[in-house]
Design a protein around this ligand. Structure first.
Ligand code: FUB
Length: 345
């Protein structure tokens, strides 16, 4: 993630959102206000809604091109009985000091459930400053979680999203360019000098790996996921309003696989539809327009027959690294496309 254009972008976003009337109204309010939260991965477990967010805090670290100011050190899980109901902060679910291999920066997590155990998946830099994805387990969806002693073998980069398919298979989608280091991984090999793509080159692709039955290891080497246009062509780096940047999410709707993601430096949440968990996914449009703050990150989940978008902005702080999670309803058109959401009226 590159963050130095934050001020200009906030200004532009404000101008756009305030409009003629000079009034800007968010369509929803922060789920909690006593801590800063971001990157919400929502799930329904045992009929209750659990949100697995990043826990932002003011680390006092200067903003830089690699997102060093996102220096999070723990996770708090939020829960609620219904949308609009009371939200509970379940306290510290996992602290960086209890992850033996971790160095710094606990970024966007996700969770899954199988056979009586809950799994928390989290990206964090190791002691060599390389992002990998860890896993921690608990008997409760709200934690506390106990981390495995090492990261998932062959995992790298950031933003894991774990999807359970109808046949009981689990897949992890992941990756993020710039500060998320995905450009340093080609053919699943690490190159500390791995460059970003030039505008005329194919954009870097997100990754997926099926999980083993133990939920703690990959059943295969991570594969690239193709996001293609209506002609079946992958995007170039210059198509940065559509190409993948970070924040993978997968959900299924009427038998189709919906892969959604952030375009990072153009701040959209976009989506693409496919017929297999491995893709290819055909680009369909924007789920969520840019929100206040540099990052845009979401999850999409069905709750009691309605669909919801969990997302974040910076309504509470006005600062890009101190975010707050929110939720709003998401609607489909009869042809299965998603109605674009603008987080401000
Ligand atoms: O919260 C840290 C990072 O910011 C996440 O991992 C990215 O998706 C972005 O939201």
């Amino acid at each position: 993630m590159l963050r130095h254009s934050t001020t200009a972008l906030l200004l532009l976003a404000s101008v756009a959102a305030f409009g003629q009337a000079g009034k800007k109204k968010p369509i929803s309010q922060p789920l909690v206000t006593h801590i800063y939260t971001a990157d919400p991965s929502a799930h329904v477990f045992n009929g209750k809604i659990y949100v697995y967010p990043s826990h932002d805090y003011e680390a006092g670290i200067k903003e830089d091109d690699l997102g060093s100011h996102f220096a999070m050190r723990d996770y708090h899980i939020l829960s609620m009985d219904s949308i609009g109901g009371k939200v509970t902060d379940n306290g510290t679910a996992l602290d960086i000091k209890n992850v033996p291999w971790a160095g710094r920066q606990m970024w966007a997590p996700d969770a899954a459930y199988k056979n009586g155990t809950y799994y928390l998946y989290f990206p964090v830099k190791d002691k060599q400053d390389i992002f990998h994805i860890g896993v921690a387990t608990s008997k409760s969806p709200a934690g506390p979680f106990k981390a495995e002693p090492t990261p998932i073998t062959n995992s790298f980069s950031i933003d894991p999203a774990v999807f359970k398919d109808d046949d009981g298979s689990y897949y992890m989608y992941f990756g993020g360019i710039w500060g998320g280091q995905l450009q340093k991984w080609t053919g699943n090999k690490y190159d500390a000098n791995g460059p970003l793509r030039k505008p005329t080159e194919q954009a870097i692709l997100p990754r997926v790996a099926k999980l083993n039955a133990d939920m703690k290891s990959f059943a295969e080497y991570p594969r690239e996921i193709k996001i293609v246009d209506e002609h079946g062509k992958t995007f170039l780096e210059s198509n940065n309003d559509k190409r993948f940047f970070e924040a993978s999410w997968m959900h299924k709707y009427k038998g189709k696989y919906y892969f959604s993601y952030s375009t990072g430096d153009t701040h959209n949440i976009c989506y693409a539809i496919g017929n297999s968990p491995y893709g290819p996914f055909t680009y369909k449009g924007i789920v969520l327009k840019p929100v206040d703050g540099w990052t845009n990150h979401h999850s999409i989940v069905e709750i009691k027959g309605k669909w919801y978008l969990f997302y974040h902005d910076v309504q509470l702080s006005g600062k890009t690294h101190l975010r707050n999670v929110k939720v709003t309803e998401l609607k489909y058109n009869p042809d299965g496309t998603i109605q674009t959401i603008n987080a401000y009226q």
